[in-house]
Ligand binder design. Structure first.
Ligand SMILES: Nc1nc2c(ncn2[C@@H]2O[C@@H]3COP(=O)(O)O[C@H]4[C@@H](O)[C@H](n5cnc6c(=O)[nH]c(N)nc65)O[C@@H]4COP(=O)(O)O[C@H]3[C@H]2O)c(=O)[nH]1
Length: 522
């Protein structure tokens, strides 16, 4: 059902709709449940406050009764009746006071000397109570149906009872409990004070406070209509929370989209998912009879960034520490290319660019060997180009030489790339067993007009020949540059003059055409 609803929402609004709906799913239950628990907590607090005030009230009542009993001269004669009247006049609680003797007969009251037995149930409670006190409810002519009745018996056997109207209690409890909650104050099983009459709401919860010493119970109720009233009054807050959540989700969404589309993240994903493409550029031999070679160059067309230069990909990959992974992706793609076109590529070697720091790693050669196992088609066909960008330190030099030997033992050719632009001097060439030296295209661009460049390239050429290295000129774009490098004694040429880097199917076509031209020339 949800799917059919969202299908109606246009794509771009879908995200807003989802986050709006999600925020709603969180904010409404958050408020409804929290409000319920808040009210329970409030109910608890109010019941506790009412309990404290009831305890204080009851203690006050009994200390007042004790004062009456303890006062001297209780003779239960006429003068006591007068005295009790005076006490009632000043009492904050009682409207009537009476005295009773050891036999629990009330013989003196406001109305004069009477002789009435106290109910046996009340007598039992007084006798069983540690403080010889109890409470009850009676019907009083002057005070009404439910009148509070407290009894206290002093140590000399004389007791006192006091009648108090329920209002004495309700005036204490009402301000605490009302107007939110309902309550019932009961003495024994009878109600002393309550506001439940006429209540038309469901009861959702109840808190019971029992003052066992005096068999007084206070029940406080949480009515459902209070909950709904509060919920409606919170509507603006619910909306505010919904809005805050919605904005938070949407901002997080935008940040995550921004991050997912960020160059670094996209490059990381492209390398991990082998979404990097490989193009091939021919490296043409100037010596008759020598077969073609190629350089594999990575290409990356990003969904969000369009075409991204390989130099940028390499820079970011190296910042992310993913240069090794990038190399393996490219080599595997070259391997897959050889697997796809075994006949067309049978005589052609392809070199792949490798980061110098990858080569220095102990794990590099074994990993390379395992990829050769994976792609046996690459054996005898793969070469590595290493760009010299910084000087090797004392520890790195011998390490690099041993790594080179390990790699060469796998039948892999090694070229020094962009020679002349890095820090490598001529001495560097003597130390490393390179097969090929690739002259950087800046030299080729200046070769014709710059006397100094010509002299430098001539000495490099002589040394390379002495060391048995092949020379490749990069970046040859024009015929005059081709002639100049030919005169220099360069063996191979790479450049737009012959061919730009091409995707695999186009390079296959180029190779076929090149072969047919060469065959026709023979
Ligand atoms: N102006 C001009 N340029 C020419 C001509 N002939 C070839 N080129 C360009 O020169 C660069 C030769 O590659 P490079 O020196 O290894 O320089 C490469 C290499 O250092 C690096 N790179 C490319 N692919 C990889 C790779 O798979 N791994 C690593 N580690 N680096 C790579 O990115 C660099 C740039 O690659 P590309 O943009 O493909 O640039 C390539 C190629 O397209 C020409 O006649 N004129």
């Amino acid at each position: 059902m949800f799917g059919s609803v969202t299908a109606l929402v246009p794509y771009k609004k879908k995200v807003l709709f989802y986050y709006g709906f999600l925020s709603l799913l969180i904010s409404i239950p958050l408020f409804t449940v929290s409000l319920y628990f808040f009210l329970l907590h409030d109910l608890d607090n109010k019941a506790k406050a009412a309990e404290n005030i009831l305890i204080t009230q009851m203690e006050g009542i009994f200390s007042e009764l004790k004062t009456v009993v303890d006062s001297a001269g209780l003779s239960c004669q006429e003068e006591d009746a007068t005295r009790l009247k005076r006490l009632v006049f000043y009492s904050p609680t009682f409207k009537e006071l009476g005295l009773f003797d050891k036999d629990f007969r009330v013989f003196c009251s406001n109305y004069g000397v009477v002789n009435i037995p106290i109910f046996s149930s009340i007598v039992t409670r007084i006798e069983s109570s540690a403080g010889r006190k109890t409470v009850s409810l009676v019907r009083s002519k002057s005070l009404g149906e439910a009148t509070f009745f407290a009894f206290y018996q002093g140590e000399n056997g004389i007791g006192v009872n006091g009648l108090a109207p329920p209002i004495r209690f309700s005036t204490l409890i009402d301000p605490i409990i009302l107007p939110d909650y309902f309550y019932e104050l009961t003495i024994g099983k009878r109600i002393l004070s309550s506001n439940r009459d006429g209540m038309d709401s469901d009861i959702w919860n109840k808190k019971v406070v029992s003052l066992d010493d005096w068999s007084v119970t206070l029940d406080v109720f949480l009515p459902s209509n209070l909950y709904w009233q509060r919920l409606y009054s919170f509507a603006p807050f619910i909306f505010a929370v919904w809005l805050v959540l919605f904005l938070a989700f949407y901002t997080a969404h935008l940040i995550s989209v921004y991050y997912r589309r960020s160059m670094r993240h996209c490059i990381r994903r492209a390398i991990k998912n082998a979404e990097i493409d490989v193009y091939f550029q021919p490296v043409v031999s100037l010596n008759p009879g020598e077969s073609l070679e190629m350089e594999a160059l990575l290409r990356w067309q990003s969904l969000h960034h369009g075409y991204v230069s390989p130099l940028v990909v390499v820079k970011v990959a190296s910042e992310l520490g993913l240069m090794d992974e990038l190399t393996w992706v490219v080599i595997r793609k070259v391997g897959a290319f050889y697997r796809e076109y075994p006949d067309q590529l049978i005589d052609i070697k392809t070199s792949v660019n490798v980061d110098r720091f990858s080569l220095l790693k102990e794990s590099f050669a074994p990993k390379l060997a395992s990829i050769l196992e994976e792609y046996p088609e690459l054996k005898g066909h793969l070469g590595l180009e290493v760009t010299e960008t910084s000087v090797l330190n004392h520890d790195e030099l011998p390490l690099m030489v041993s790594r080179f030997e390990h790699i060469k033992a796998l039948g892999i050719g090694l070229s020094v790339d962009d020679f002349g632009t890095g820090y490598s001097g001529l001495d560097f060439l003597r130390r490393f067993p390179y097969d090929t030296l690739k002259l950087d295209q800046v030299f080729i661009a200046n070769l014709k007009d710059d006397q100094f460049t010509r002299q430098v390239l001539t000495s490099i050429t002589i040394l390379a020949k002495e060391l048995g290295m092949k020379l490749v000129a990069e970046g040859v774009e024009r015929e005059d540059q081709l002639e100049a490098v030919r005169l220099l004694g360069v063996d191979r040429v790479q450049g737009y003059y012959f061919c730009r880097p091409l995707p695999k199917d186009q390079i296959i076509t180029w190779i076929a055409r090149n072969n047919s031209i060469e065959n026709a020339a023979k």
